[in-house]
Design a protein around this ligand. Structure first.
Ligand code: COA
Length: 376
C-alpha cells in the first residue's frame, strides 16, 4: 500500500458508565453533609471559631453551568454524605485496571466503527487528565489488553489531553512513524473532584473516549480529513490540583483540598474565552477557512456560557444547538473527553465536504484546535 502520510480520523468510540447522578440527588446528599457538619460544629460556629457551610442548589448548578446530570463509576459512595468520594476497589496486578478497562471499551467501539482489528493498530496514546498510577503506563496496559503490536505512552494536558493526543498521533503519521494510532481518553474525573466543595462539586463526570487516527490510505471511505491542528499553552494557577507522588495526603481529606481539583471559575471563564476564540480565528485564517462557514463546532464541555461566547465569536452569530451541540447537560464536564463525546454523538448527519472544528481548553492553561472536513 502507498502511504500518504496524511492523517485522518477514521472513527471514534465511547464508553458511558451506566450510573448517573442528577443535580437533585447530588444537592440532596451535599445538603445532608452541610446539615450534619453544621450540627456537629454548632458550638464552634456559634462562637465564631468555625464558619458554617452553606447549602448547594440544583437551580444554581443548571443556570451557572448547563449541567443537569453526570455519569459516574461509583455512585453510592459519592452520594453517601459520610464518604462523598468514589470507592473503586483496588485490583490485583494480574487484573485489568479500571482505567484501562474503560479505555479498552471505548477503543473497541472506535475499532468496530472503523471496521478495524487491533492488529491493524501501531500505537496507543492514553491521553487523560489523571493517571491511575505512576507506571507502567496505562497506554501500555490498554495496548496489551487489545493485543496491539507497537508502542504506547501516556500523556496529560488536563482538559486538552485528547486534542493534544490527536496532534501527537497525526504527527506520528505525518512523519511516517505510525499508520494507525488510537488516542484513548479514560476520564475518571469523579476521583479528583472535591465532592464537599460547594463551588465545584457539580462539575465533573466519568467517561472514556477513543479516536482512531490513521493514514488516509488505510482509512474507511467515511472518515474525517484533518485540515490542521494547533495547540497553545500559557501557565496559570487558576485551575490546579497539587496531588502527586511527593505528597501523600489522603485525596478525600478535607484537610488537603488542594490535593483535589481547585479552580477560580470566574477567572477561568474570563481568561480562557478570549484565548480560545483568538486561537481558533488565527488558525482558521492560516488554513484559509472562513469561520462563519464552519458547519459545526464540537467544543470542550465545561460550561454552556463559555461555549455560547466562543461560538458567537467564531461564527459571528449566536450558535444553534445544531451548530454547537452540547453534551454537558447529560455528561457534565468530562475533561478531555468532552469535545470528543460531542463529536462522536453529533457527526453522522453531516455531508461530505462539510467542515467543522473540535476544540478543547482547560487547565494549564491549554487550548487545542482540530479543523476537520468530512470525506466519503
Ligand atoms: N449552589 C448555590 N449557589 C452557589 C453554589 C452552589 N453550588 N456555588 C456557588 N454559589 C453561589 C456563590 O456563593 C455566589 O454567590 P454570591 O454572588 O452571593 O457570592 C454565586 O453563586 C456565584 O458564584 P460564582 O462562583 O461566581 O459562580 P459562577 O457564575 O462563576 O459559576 C462556575 C461557577 C464554576 C460554573 C463557572 O465559573 C464556570 O464554569 N467557570 C469556568 C470553569 C471551567 O471551565 N473550568 C475548567 C474546568 S476543567
Amino acid at each position: 500500500m502507498q502511504w500518504t502520510q496524511h492523517p485522518v480520523i477514521s472513527a471514534t468510540g465511547l464508553f458511558t458508565p451506566a450510573e448517573t447522578i442528577t443535580n437533585e440527588e447530588l444537592v440532596d446528599s451535599f445538603n445532608r453533609y452541610v446539615e450534619s457538619h453544621n450540627a456537629e460544629h454548632a458550638e464552634a460556629i456559634a462562637a465564631g471559631a468555625v464558619a458554617p457551610l452553606t447549602e448547594s442548589s440544583a437551580g444554581f448548578i443548571e443556570k451557572a453551568s448547563g449541567i443537569k446530570a453526570r455519569h459516574v463509576l461509583s455512585k453510592a459512595p459519592i452520594l453517601d454524605s459520610a464518604i462523598m468520594a468514589p470507592r473503586l476497589p483496588e485490583r490485583g496486578n494480574d487484573e485489568l485496571s479500571i482505567m484501562a478497562e474503560i479505555g479498552v471499551a471505548a477503543a473497541r467501539d472506535a475499532l468496530a466503527n472503523a471496521g478495524r482489528a487491533p492488529g491493524d493498530v501501531d500505537a496507543v496514546l492514553c491521553a487523560a487528565s489523571n493517571m491511575q498510577r505512576a507506571y507502567p503506563a496505562m497506554a501500555i496496559e490498554i495496548q496489551q489488553a487489545l493485543g496491539i503490536d507497537g508502542f504506547a505512552f501516556d500523556m496529560n494536558v488536563a482538559c486538552s489531553s485528547a486534542t493534544f493526543g490527536i496532534q501527537a498521533a497525526a504527527d506520528a503519521i505525518r512523519a511516517g512513524n505510525a499508520r494507525s494510532v488510537l488516542v484513548v481518553s479514560p476520564e475518571i474525573t469523579s476521583g479528583h473532584l472535591n465532592w464537599r466543595d460547594r463551588d465545584s462539586h457539580f462539575i465533573f463526570g466519568d467517561v472514556a473516549t477513543a479516536v482512531l487516527v490513521e493514514d488516509a490510505a488505510l482509512a474507511p471511505a467515511q472518515h474525517w480529513d484533518i485540515l490542521g491542528t494547533r495547540l497553545k499553552t500559557a501557565f496559570s494557577n487558576a485551575i490546579r490540583n497539587n496531588f502527586g507522588f511527593l505528597n501523600r495526603a489522603h485525596p478525600d481529606s478535607t484537610d488537603a483540598p488542594d490535593k483535589l481539583f481547585v479552580q477560580e471559575g470566574r477567572k477561568v471563564f474570563k481568561e480562557v474565552v478570549p484565548m480560545v476564540s483568538a486561537l481558533i480565528l488565527e488558525e482558521a485564517e492560516r488554513l484559509g477557512i472562513e469561520p462563519a462557514g464552519l458547519r459545526r463546532l464540537w467544543l470542550h464541555q465545561a460550561n454552556a456560557g463559555m461555549n455560547r461566547l466562543i461560538a458567537q465569536r467564531v461564527l459571528g452569530h449566536e450558535a444553534s444547538e445544531d451548530e454547537s451541540p452540547t453534551v454537558l447537560d447529560r455528561y457534565g464536564n468530562t475533561s478531555s473527553a468532552g469535545s470528543i463525546i460531542a463529536f462522536h454523538l453529533n457527526n453522522r448527519d453531516l455531508a461530505p465536504g462539510d467542515e467543522g472544528l473540535i476544540c478543547s481548553f482547560g487547565a494549564g492553561y491549554s487550548v487545542g484546535t482540530l479543523f476537520v472536513r468530512k470525506a466519503g
